[in-house]
Write a protein that binds this ligand. Structure first.
Ligand SMILES: Cc1cc2nc3c(=O)[nH]c(=O)nc-3n(C[C@H](O)[C@H](O)[C@H](O)COP(=O)(O)OP(=O)(O)OC[C@H]3O[C@@H](n4cnc5c(N)ncnc54)[C@H](O)[C@@H]3O)c2cc1C
Length: 453
């Protein structure tokens, strides 16, 4: 096995992966195409540039993304360390000075003696052990190479995400289970609407604030999935003839067909999460929470993911990726970051962290690892790599992905219990597998010496 690893993409995932490898004493060739070739969203030549918000989201253990950050901290994450060092006041969130953050990550990577930084676009998949972390805006030649390797059906170029709701927050006194024309059992949850509630909902959708589409995104939106607000704009009845059509969905309580219906389809094997069928949207997040809670049965809905639409290159992970982040068809090639179908800065960096650890272990001849499904990282990877999942769409860390915990408890209390279990299991796993900071040197001893910079 070669003693160097190629990392393609110097974003959040690629930098985290390179850092983890370099810490293990492994030589890294990191390829970043900027500034020679820019993406549509990046503006600088810095590594780990944050393309939009400067927030790494909530920092408390009451949120799964807070728990994920704590797990990353325990594994010595570069992204998290630098984020904390360059943080700016942001209430319960961890937000950073984006310029300082990117500058510090760039310096840490570029000055590391085990890393060679190449400012060049890679157009083909590299030989040897490699991590592909080229993100949602992967350059077209490399996308084509991935498409050839994985199969055209397993690479996507944009996502149209419909919101996902926690099952327990749906009011089943109002919603009912049924499939259209009773075909396929009671698989769907249906939220019935009267004429009045439907038109009030459509008016609210039309009036709600939307996230403006970036120029480069406009052409991709309407090829496939159309956002609900665009359908509503085309006519007040369009939704009732589209995703909200009520045909074949008799409400058992009234014995009649509602005027319109919002359908929710099971999204996870355990039946804890339900996605809103055909409800991809670019309403702003606060507006989604407000407007979607007007739907009968969803007044107290807990959204584990909100809707969005944007250009996004990502693979069909349930079919092509192993939980260790190796490609099933090329096991010396790892994928990391948003390209695996996780959503968000923190999730992308966390995937890079695990890919770096596993690539290091592959080089060292050690067994590859995945955190348990009770942890924030483990539950996210279990979701994205769960074999057989159809209609795969990107996901961010959320407590809905965690296996339920015994005993009662709701809301904040339940979330803190999930976090407590996650961190205890995470520590046990890290200790047993030798992936914590202290245990790492055991493995380093078996790694070939790094080439000089
Ligand atoms: C427009 C937009 C806005 C977003 N806003 C947010 C947000 O506000 N908050 C949030 O949490 N998430 C956001 N995301 C989602 C996601 O978290 C980020 O895109 C995140 O940066 C992904 O990390 P990454 O490392 O996978 O990819 P990136 O950070 O994009 O890094 C990939 C790197 O690979 C390089 N590259 C691409 N192709 C090649 C090649 N062939 N050869 C060499 N280098 C290559 C790129 O130049 C880039 O530097 C946004 C995504 C997009 C597209």
């Amino acid at each position: 096995m070669a003693d160097r690893v190629t990392v393609v993409g110097g974003g959040l995932a690629g930098c985290e992966a390179a850092w983890q490898l370099a810490r293990c004493g492994i030589g890294v060739d990191l390829y970043e195409m900027r500034p020679v070739r820019m993406t549509e969203a990046h503006r600088t030549d810095r590594l780990a540039e944050l393309v939009c918000s400067n927030s790494f989201r909530n920092a408390s253990l009451e949120t799964a993304v807070g728990c994920l950050k704590e797990e990353m901290r325990r594994l010595g994450s570069l992204v998290l360390t630098v984020a904390e060092r360059t943080s700016v006041p942001a209430g319960a969130c961890l937000a950073v000075d984006r310029h300082l953050f990117a500058a510090e990550v760039t310096r840490a990577i570029a000055e590391h003696p085990h890393v060679r930084l190449h400012r060049r676009e890679l157009e083909a998949l590299p030989d040897g052990v490699a991590i592909i972390a080229t993100g949602p805006l992967t350059s077209p030649p490399l996308s084509a190479a991935l498409e050839r390797l994985c199969g055209a059906a397993h690479l996507y170029f944009y996502d149209a995400i419909a919101p996902i709701v926690a099952r327990e927050s749906i009011d089943m006194e109002i919603a009912y289970k049924a499939s259209r024309y009773a075909k396929g059992g009671d698989d769907y949850i249906n939220c019935p609407m009267t004429r009045e509630t439907y038109y009030a909902f459509v008016d609210a959708v039309l009036a709600a604030e939307k996230v403006p589409a970036k120029q480069f995104e406009r052409t991709v939106y309407f090829e496939g999935c159309m956002p609900i607000e665009e359908m509503a704009r085309r006519g007040r009845d369009t939704l009732a003839f589209g995703p909200m059509r009520p045909v074949g969905l008799i409400d058992p309580r009234t014995g009649a067909r509602p005027f319109a219906v919002v359908q929710l389809r099971q999204d996870d094997v355990e039946g804890r999460l339900f996605n809103m069928v055909g409800f991809q949207t670019k309403l702003t997040y606060p507006e989604q929470r407000r407007v979607l809670r007007m739907i009968p049965g969803l007044a107290a809905a807990e959204f584990v993911r909100l809707g969005s639409l944007h250009r996004n290159t990502f693979v069909d992970s349930p079919n092509v990726l192993m939980p260790t982040l190796q490609l099933r068809m090329a096991r010396t090639t790892f994928l990391a970051g948003q390209i695996i179908g996780v959503e968000g800065y923190v999730e992308s960096a966390a995937a890079g962290l695990l890919a770096g650890i596993n690539a290091a272990r592959l080089v060292a001849g050690a067994q590859l690892v995945t955190p348990p499904a009770t942890t924030a990282l483990g539950s996210l990877l279990a979701y994205v790599t769960h074999r057989g999942r159809r209609d795969f769409q990107p996901m961010n860390a959320n407590y809905g992905l965690f296996p339920p915990i015994a005993g009662r408890g709701r809301g904040r209390e339940k979330k803190l219990k999930l976090a407590e279990r996650a961190l205890a299991d995470f520590d046990r796993w890290a200790e047993a597998e030798g992936v914590s900071g202290q245990l790492r040197p055991r493995m380093e001893a078996r790694v070939l010496p790094a080439a000089s910079p």
